[in-house]
Ligand binder design. Structure first.
Ligand code: AMP
Ligand code: ZN
Length: 114
Protein backbone atom coordinates (compact mmCIF):
# COMPACT_ATOMS: atom_id res chain seq x y z
CA UNK A 1 0.00 0.00 0.00
CA UNK A 2 1.29 3.50 -0.88
CA UNK A 3 2.40 5.81 1.93
CA UNK A 4 2.43 3.10 4.58
CA UNK A 5 5.68 3.08 6.56
CA UNK A 6 5.26 -0.56 7.59
CA UNK A 7 4.62 -1.68 3.98
CA UNK A 8 7.87 0.14 3.08
CA UNK A 9 9.64 -1.89 5.78
CA UNK A 10 8.16 -5.15 4.40
CA UNK A 11 9.37 -4.16 0.90
CA UNK A 12 12.83 -3.36 2.27
CA UNK A 13 12.80 0.26 1.10
CA UNK A 14 12.87 1.49 4.72
CA UNK A 15 15.39 -0.27 6.99
CA UNK A 16 14.53 -1.98 10.25
CA UNK A 17 16.29 -3.89 12.99
CA UNK A 18 14.75 -7.30 12.29
CA UNK A 19 14.07 -9.61 15.22
CA UNK A 20 11.97 -12.34 13.56
CA UNK A 21 10.44 -13.14 10.18
CA UNK A 22 8.31 -15.89 8.67
CA UNK A 23 6.03 -16.13 5.65
CA UNK A 24 3.19 -14.18 7.28
CA UNK A 25 4.80 -11.71 9.71
CA UNK A 26 7.83 -9.51 10.36
CA UNK A 27 9.08 -8.29 13.76
CA UNK A 28 11.50 -5.42 14.37
CA UNK A 29 12.68 -3.12 17.15
CA UNK A 30 10.50 -0.06 17.73
CA UNK A 31 12.33 3.18 16.85
CA UNK A 32 10.96 4.94 19.94
CA UNK A 33 11.17 2.22 22.60
CA UNK A 34 8.87 2.57 25.61
CA UNK A 35 10.66 -0.22 27.50
CA UNK A 36 14.11 -1.88 27.41
CA UNK A 37 12.60 -4.40 24.97
CA UNK A 38 10.05 -2.97 22.55
CA UNK A 39 9.37 -4.91 19.37
CA UNK A 40 6.65 -4.37 16.76
CA UNK A 41 5.14 -7.38 14.97
CA UNK A 42 3.29 -6.78 11.71
CA UNK A 43 1.54 -8.90 9.10
CA UNK A 44 3.35 -8.69 5.75
CA UNK A 45 -0.01 -8.05 4.13
CA UNK A 46 -1.40 -4.52 4.59
CA UNK A 47 -4.31 -4.63 7.05
CA UNK A 48 -5.20 -1.22 8.53
CA UNK A 49 -6.54 -2.15 11.96
CA UNK A 50 -7.56 -5.22 13.95
CA UNK A 51 -11.15 -4.45 12.85
CA UNK A 52 -10.10 -5.14 9.27
CA UNK A 53 -8.93 -8.73 9.78
CA UNK A 54 -11.52 -10.77 7.88
CA UNK A 55 -12.60 -14.16 9.19
CA UNK A 56 -10.78 -15.95 6.37
CA UNK A 57 -7.54 -14.12 7.29
CA UNK A 58 -7.82 -14.75 11.06
CA UNK A 59 -4.82 -17.13 10.94
CA UNK A 60 -2.62 -14.04 10.78
CA UNK A 61 -3.56 -13.28 14.41
CA UNK A 62 -2.24 -16.68 15.48
CA UNK A 63 0.91 -16.03 13.48
CA UNK A 64 1.40 -12.69 15.27
CA UNK A 65 0.93 -14.28 18.70
CA UNK A 66 3.31 -17.13 17.85
CA UNK A 67 5.85 -14.60 16.61
CA UNK A 68 5.40 -12.61 19.83
CA UNK A 69 6.23 -15.66 21.94
CA UNK A 70 9.32 -16.32 19.82
CA UNK A 71 10.39 -12.65 20.06
CA UNK A 72 10.05 -12.83 23.86
CA UNK A 73 12.28 -15.92 23.91
CA UNK A 74 14.85 -14.37 21.56
CA UNK A 75 14.98 -11.19 23.66
CA UNK A 76 15.25 -13.20 26.90
CA UNK A 77 12.13 -11.71 28.51
CA UNK A 78 9.84 -14.75 28.31
CA UNK A 79 10.40 -15.99 31.87
CA UNK A 80 10.40 -12.60 33.65
CA UNK A 81 7.34 -11.53 31.66
CA UNK A 82 6.19 -9.20 28.96
CA UNK A 83 3.12 -7.53 27.49
CA UNK A 84 1.44 -7.89 24.06
CA UNK A 85 -0.53 -4.80 23.01
CA UNK A 86 -2.62 -3.96 19.94
CA UNK A 87 -3.88 -0.38 19.70
CA UNK A 88 -6.96 0.32 17.57
CA UNK A 89 -8.04 3.68 16.15
CA UNK A 90 -7.66 7.10 17.72
CA UNK A 91 -8.72 6.59 21.33
CA UNK A 92 -6.85 3.29 21.40
CA UNK A 93 -3.67 5.21 20.56
CA UNK A 94 -3.11 3.82 17.07
CA UNK A 95 -0.78 6.06 15.06
CA UNK A 96 0.38 3.74 12.28
CA UNK A 97 -2.55 2.32 10.33
CA UNK A 98 -0.95 -1.00 9.45
CA UNK A 99 -1.96 -3.60 12.04
CA UNK A 100 0.78 -4.27 14.59
CA UNK A 101 1.32 -5.83 17.98
CA UNK A 102 3.75 -4.35 20.50
CA UNK A 103 5.92 -6.66 22.62
CA UNK A 104 7.08 -4.79 25.73
CA UNK A 105 9.35 -6.03 28.49
CA UNK A 106 12.73 -5.95 30.15
CA UNK A 107 11.47 -4.10 33.24
CA UNK A 108 8.50 -4.22 35.64
CA UNK A 109 5.80 -2.62 33.51
CA UNK A 110 3.40 -0.13 35.05
CA UNK A 111 0.17 -1.53 36.38
CA UNK A 112 -3.01 -0.65 34.60
CA UNK A 113 -4.03 -0.37 31.00
CA UNK A 114 -4.70 3.33 30.77
P1 AMP B 1 0.86 2.71 17.52
O1 AMP B 1 0.78 3.88 18.41
O2 AMP B 1 0.29 1.46 18.15
O3 AMP B 1 0.32 2.96 16.13
O4 AMP B 1 2.41 2.40 17.40
C1 AMP B 1 3.20 2.67 16.28
C2 AMP B 1 4.61 2.34 16.69
O5 AMP B 1 5.42 2.24 15.53
C3 AMP B 1 5.25 3.41 17.59
O6 AMP B 1 5.67 2.79 18.80
C4 AMP B 1 6.42 3.92 16.75
O7 AMP B 1 7.55 4.26 17.53
C5 AMP B 1 6.69 2.75 15.82
N1 AMP B 1 7.31 3.09 14.57
C6 AMP B 1 6.92 4.05 13.68
N2 AMP B 1 7.73 4.07 12.62
C7 AMP B 1 8.67 3.10 12.83
C8 AMP B 1 9.80 2.63 12.09
N3 AMP B 1 10.14 3.16 10.91
N4 AMP B 1 10.54 1.63 12.62
C9 AMP B 1 10.21 1.09 13.82
N5 AMP B 1 9.15 1.47 14.56
C10 AMP B 1 8.39 2.48 14.07
ZN1 ZN C 1 0.92 -1.15 5.25
Amino acid sequence: MDDCIFCEIVKGSVPCSKVYEDEKVLAFDDIHPMAPVHVVIIPKEHIATILDVSEDRMAVMGAMISAGREVARRKGIDQNGFRMVINCNEEGGQVVFHLHMHILGGKKLQDGLG
